[in-house]
Ligand binder design. Sequence first.
Ligand code: MF3
Ligand code: CO
Ligand code: CO
Length: 267
Amino acid sequence: QRAAMSVIIKTADEIEKMRIACRLAAEVLDHVTPYVMPGVTTGELDRICHDYMVNVQGCIPAPLNYAPPGYTPYPKSICTSVNHQVCHGVPNEKVILKKGDIVNLDITVIKDGYHGDTSRMFLVGECTPQARRLVRVTYECMWKGIDVVRPGAHLGDIGHVIQQYAENAGYSVVQEFCGHGIGLKFHEEPQVLHYGRAGTGPELKEGMIFTIEPMINAGKRFIKMKPDGWTVETKDRSLSAQWEHTILVTADGYEILTLSEGTPARP
Ligand code: MF3
Ligand code: CO
Ligand code: CO
């Protein structure tokens, strides 16, 4: 089960630890929600989340100093991706949120060695109908993907329904970043693409845990990296949105592990 290049099937004991880590990650989002207002900086949001994870929850913020091959260590504790930023936006004291912005806050905690990973979109004050539609459709995309999860389904089924729904709405799917297995490691196999063809890819099995986290652009799918080596933006500077849950494959479907009181209702 644990050989390289295969998807880990979690034991009952590991699943229980994942439930705890994942709920804690969602609760960080609940905690920070009232602070996401015009005038706050993304640096302040990072500090609020960092202090809560470390001092209240007794968790390690997984992003801090995270350094996958080819990357410099990530300098902050959460990701804050504003407007045309796709993912991995680095919090900054100089980035002040203003009315009409949309922002993704992506939280990953480590508790008892296990990772919980979830993100939500926030509307800063009143937003345009176009921004609200992108945020809503992206949420629906994530849910389309979640709803096909069950033993015997294929990984490609998830990407297929997400891509269909996003493109029917006139949007595009980012291809360079994907969902991922998660557990003792932040990013494990499998890669969960948010595009693709039904019936392709490995079969889902009970006990797998992975994220579904579609990044959907209002314009074209192409991206570029900022000079900081982390922040990813749309090449055409169109708006981008993302939502993320960590999901367990159960005997007859799925269990969403990253739930909390503040989790928005399903569409
Ligand atoms: N939380 C992101 C994900 O969903 C990964 C962030 S890596 C970081 O996979 F280093 F930028 F934090
Ligand atoms: Co993730
Ligand atoms: Co994440």
